[in-house]
Design a binder for this molecule. Structure first.
Ligand SMILES: Nc1ncnc2c1ncn2[C@@H]1O[C@H](COP(=O)(O)OP(=O)(O)OP(=O)(O)O)[C@@H](O)[C@H]1O
Ligand SMILES: [Mg+2]
Length: 482
């Protein structure tokens, strides 16, 4: 049997952005049908490696490459890339999801019949068929991630490069995604996948490369590199509600800080929340979990006043806020968006963290003190004078959390804060939640059940715009290898 042909042959002495060397001494070959995983800490060079493998570095993204990147199978394009942040991927050339997914095949000058079958096949594989006629910018985070995947699949390239493709997927969708990647590999597509979710990598990859400071720290079979029991990110673990013995708080022990009754909200004709009621106690940190599109982000936006409530009451610290404008609510509630870049607009990290308190009329010196304290909670005290736009996306998220903390809301909501974070970043986010607990309460919207188990008192499941369940999260730590 002859070895399958290579889809990628990459030899990099160095890759540098300006003066900073981001990668060195990388030799990577990927054969058709092979799945190679890349793991490593934030800043280790994983995204740079992925961009280089896809042939985007030095073209779409400026960098100086000393070495060679060859795609022996050719292809137009030779590689398809899925960005960590799916909104980066949108061309916005298509009005609907299916038009958006068709943009790539249209540029390949296929006939309309071939385009149709590419688009349908890609949407089906990405589990995005029900979204075909939706408007892309109106999708939830996880829905958009599926559309980004479908757009890449529609290119039919011999190499697929995925940068944190499951960061915003709910656990069931992440499992479906893993199946889709396996199906592609069986068809001979080569896959390079960057993931923080080591359990997913362990079950999916033929080979794993661990990067540290831009160089290869380890490389080999997942079991050898990640160990028999990979340090679990555990998002794929089965979800059970357990009566475990660990002490935890329940909402009955605490006077309520947030009270929602009969809340209905939505967009245009689409009602997303249907008479939802829930309570969070003072001093509690709660996880809001549920499938993609269930209405979690909409609930947060409705509490913040960014989506109007059609019916119902929202009380925070015994004050009814549902008729208050956003800037009044901002004294009591804070929200860090799923996409934190939408939230950063100052010239320095310190100014960014001072912006919230300053807008609320807090004196400059007090605002500075509150900002500095919040920055130190998330480990950014030494980066005060940097430009927010220059920070890595995971660090930008920590800055957005610090900015929200600095305004000292009674109730803080973080929308998928751990997406793309390594263990260190998750530690900072936990620290932020503990501070918030001492000042009021917090809700964490997350698909990261391991984090929810560690950082939250209990979980509330949102299903189809209702609260369907309250319980404790317990994550199976046993993962099945293929
Ligand atoms: N701006 C918008 N306009 C129209 N519909 C929207 C808009 N934003 C979200 N939706 C729809 O509302 C529903 C709930 O979306 P929401 O963003 O609240 O889900 P979610 O639970 O946060 O999902 P995810 O886990 O994927 O982030 C989805 O069907 C989504 O497509
Ligand atoms: Mg969401």
């Amino acid at each position: 049997m002859s070895a399958p042909p290579l889809a990628l042959s990459m030899r990099l002495r160095t890759v540098a952005y300006d003066d900073r060397v981001a990668l060195r001494d990388i030799a990577l070959d990927i054969a058709g049908g092979e799945i190679v995983g890349v793991a490593g800490h934030v800043g280790a060079g994983k995204s740079t490696l992925a961009l280089a493998a896809a042939g985007l570095l030095g073209r779409s993204v400026p960098a100086v490459i000393n070495g060679t990147i060859v795609h022996p199978l050719g292809g137009r394009p030779p590689a398809a890339f899925v960005f960590a942040n799916p909104s980066t991927q949108l061309t916005e050339l298509g009005e609907t999801v299916e038009e958006e997914v068709a943009v790539g095949p249209e540029n390949q000058a296929l006939d309309s019949h071939a385009i149709r079958s590419r688009v349908d096949g890609a949407l089906a594989l990405a589990d995005a068929l029900p979204l075909a006629l939706r408007i892309p910018r109106e999708l939830s985070g996880g829905e958009l991630q599926r559309v980004a995947l479908a757009s890449a699949l529609a290119l039919d390239a011999p190499l697929l490069v995925l940068d944190e493709p499951t960061a915003q997927l709910d656990p069931e969708s992440a499992a479906q995604f893993a199946n889709a990647v396996r199906a592609l590999s069986e068809r001979g597509v080569a896959v390079l996948i960057v993931e923080q979710n080591l359990a997913l990598l362990a079950s999916l990859a033929d080979r794993v490369i661990v990067l540290a400071d831009g160089a290869v720290l380890a490389s080999g079979a997942p079991r050898d590199v990640l160990g028999r029991n990979p340090p679990l990110d555990a998002r794929l673990g089965a979800l059970r509600t357990a009566n475990d013995a660990r002490p935890h708080r329940t909402h009955t022990e605490h006077p309520p800080l947030l009270t929602i009754e009969g809340l209905s909200a939505g967009y245009g004709d689409r009602e997303v929340l249907h008479e939802l009621s829930l309570e969070i106690g003072d001093g509690e940190v709660v996880a809001w979990i549920g499938r993609n599109g269930a209405g979690k982000s909409t609930l947060a936006r409705a509490i913040m006043g960014l989506v109007p409530a059609r019916a119902g009451h929202i009380g925070v610290a015994e004050r009814e806020i549902s008729s208050l404008p956003v800037h009044e609510r901002a004294r009591l509630v804070g929200l860090v968006f799923q996409d934190p870049r939408r939230q950063l607009f100052s010239r320095t990290v310190l100014e960014e963290a001072m912006f919230g308190p300053r807008t609320l009329g807090v004196a400059r010196s007090v605002a500075r003190a509150q900002a500095r304290e919040a920055l130190s909670v998330v480990g950014l005290q030494e980066r005060e004078s940097e430009h927010p736009g220059d920070l890595a996306p995971q660090v930008q998220r920590r800055l957005a959390i610090a900015s929200a903390l600095a305004t000292r809301p009674r109730f803080l909501m973080l929308d998928e804060p751990t997406a793309g974070q390594d263990a260190e970043g998750r530690g900072f986010i936990r620290a932020a939640l503990e501070i918030q607990r001492s000042r009021g309460a917090a809700a964490v919207i997350t698909h990261d059940l391991g984090f929810a188990q560690d950082a939250c008192d209990h979980n509330v499941t949102i299903t189809g715009g209702h609260m369907s369940h309250i319980g404790r999260i317990s994550v199976e730590t046993d993962i099945s290898h293929r």
